[in-house]
Design a binder for this molecule. Structure first.
Ligand code: FES
Length: 106
């Protein structure tokens, strides 16, 4: 499957990913800049903050876990469509997903 990361500058990264990975792993494996994933995917660092493309909000289960919600509350530039990339599990239904990167992590 393929997903697309769009940097704040407008630069687009198309990445080929394995089903079952999360979006933070997909970014790291493909050298997408701007996602650090310091805690290894435990919703505990907030360095994988991303914004889900508006067109994809309906297809993605946007329910945030308590952990994710608490972490996002600490992020200054968080938006209603903010998620932690490590909490987005990539399955076939998300083929073509568009993810926007914030200007900076924290
Ligand atoms: Fe730390 Fe996602 S990798 S919150």
């Amino acid at each position: 499957m393929e997903i697309k990361f769009v940097e704040a500058s407008g630069e687009v990264h198309h990445v080929e990913v394995e089903v079952g990975l999360n979006a933070m792993e997909a970014a790291l494996q493909n050298g997408v800049p701007g996602i650090d994933g310091d805690c290894g995917g435990n919703a505990a660092c907030g360095t994988c903050h991303i914004l889900v493309d508006q067109a994809w909000l309906a297809s993605l289960d946007t329910t945030r876990s308590e952990h994710e919600e608490a972490m996002i509350e600490l992020i200054e530039n968080a938006q209603p469509n903010s998620r932690l990339a490590c909490q987005i599990k990539l399955d076939e239904a998300l083929d073509g997903l568009i993810i926007h990167l914030p200007e900076a992590q924290f």
